[in-house]
Design a protein around this ligand. Structure first.
Ligand SMILES: NC(=O)c1ccc[n+]([C@@H]2O[C@H](COP(=O)([O-])OP(=O)(O)OC[C@H]3O[C@@H](n4cnc5c(N)ncnc54)[C@H](O)[C@@H]3O)[C@@H](O)[C@H]2O)c1
Ligand SMILES: [Zn+2]
Length: 354
């Protein structure tokens, strides 16, 4: 088993990575939740039928009373009505301050269940069992939990760190290729911004089967890189910004496709290639960097470019959270493995994108 400890003031917790871990979840949860009796297991309509049974058995064997709360799969479940449904369900179940919530699923379930845990009884313990590649390398690490509002994604939320994160790479076997590829966009991002040898490692394994052979190393490396960034910047005021590489332009592509045509990973992949191209044009990024990124993302079926009009760029750049007034901070690559923030006037960026 690979174990990583995230060190945050007064709230250290472990991330454990091992094939088959799901069937040992009970004993591992017991170690960090010595007093808990009831566990609310939040999952979705795809993941529940696949994995909730095995998890429930393991939790029961460790002496917990586990109850499943299953939401319809998909982003629309990350909403206020679903949150209220969970609160009422937890209350009905008799969940107390010494009990805990478990998120079994992708980023949607993790964000929603985490926010429910952060707010129920002013905060109960929380364990993440992420089952998508994106959730394992990204959303389950860092403590951000949220729901979407009519006005936009992730607009209501909290920072709520888990007591434990359990990653069973075997759960990824049932992911559709497109969902696996979505997670790969974030995996490749880590190599681009922080770790050139890791980028090269991935480039030598250009396909799902090749990555799966080395999946524990891939998960460990990504979580370790995110851990380092999060430990330095728990509240997202500085270094976490680097994780935004590919995301400013990616958000424009998601918007251009009305959040239907392109997945987040597809948009981020094209956003990374485009950000590298801009960096190359401005003499900040070495020539050929964009092509290296594009070759790797293409190996997972991710697009190199996404059509986007000037108006769509304008709308997305205007909404960008990382912007302050007239300026925007775009993340560029000084080289593969080293990202730098680049502050510039929004108007200039929009001009360059025409
Ligand atoms: N909190 C953070 O720091 C953070 C970071 C990045 C993304 N996010 C959030 O994460 C969400 C996206 O996460 P996601 O891509 O995991 O989406 P998701 O949770 O919707 O999962 C994608 C799909 O895969 C299915 N699925 C999950 N695990 C499966 C498995 N093992 N086998 C088969 N199917 C499975 C789900 O039912 C769903 O249909 C977004 O809401 C995003 O805002 C949060
Ligand atoms: Zn992302």
């Amino acid at each position: 088993m690979k174990t990583l400890t995230v060190h945050l003031p007064g709230r250290d917790y472990d991330i454990r990575i091992e094939r088959g871990l799901l069937s040992r979840a009970g004993e591992l949860c017991r170690e960090v939740l010595p007093k808990a009796r009831r566990l609310a297991v939040v999952t979705d309509s795809n993941v529940g039928p696949l994995y909730a049974g095995k998890l429930g058995e393991s939790l029961n064997a460790a002496g917990f009373e586990a109850r499943g709360f299953t939401l319809p799969a998909g982003e629309p479940s990350k909403c206020a009505p679903a949150l209220e449904q969970l609160w009422e369900g937890f209350a009905h179940f008799g969940l107390t301050r010494t009990d805990a919530v478990i998120a079994l699923g992708g980023g949607v379930v993790g964000d929603l269940a985490g926010f429910a845990a952060a707010t129920f009884l002013r905060g109960v313990d929380f364990v993440q069992i992420p089952t998508t590649l994106l959730a394992q390398v990204d959303s389950s690490v860092g403590g951000k939990v949220a729901i979407d509002l009519q006005h936009g994604k992730n607009l209501a939320g909290a920072f709520w760190q888990p007591k434990l994160v359990l990653m069973d790479p075997d759960t990824l076997d049932t992911l559709p290729d497109a969902t696996f590829a979505d997670g790969m966009a974030e995996v490749i991002k880590y190599g681009c911004i922080l770790d050139e040898p890791f980028f090269d490692f991935l480039a030598q394994r250009p396909g799902r089967a090749e990555i799966t052979t080395e999946i524990e190393h891939v998960l460990y490396t990504c979580c370790d890189l995110k851990r380092i960034v999060v430990e330095e910047d728990e509240r997202d005021t500085g270094k976490r910004m680097l994780l935004n590489f590919g995301h400013t332009l990616g958000h424009a592509y998601e918007l251009a496709g009305n959040y239907q045509t392109w997945t987040h990973g597809q948009a981020v992949a094209a956003g990374m290639v485009q950000a590298a191209a801009l960096g190359e044009r401005w003499g900040i990024t070495p020539a050929g960097t964009g092509a290296r990124i594009a070759a790797l993302t293409a190996a997972f079926g991710l697009p190199e470019t996404i059509p986007c009009t000037a108006e769509q760029y304008d709308a997305a750049v205007g909404l960008d959270k990382k912007g302050t007034g007239a300026d925007i901070t775009l993340i560029l690559l000084e080289k593969l493995g080293k990202a730098v923030p680049h502050k510039m006037p929004k108007a200039q960026l929009l001009e360059e994108l025409k």
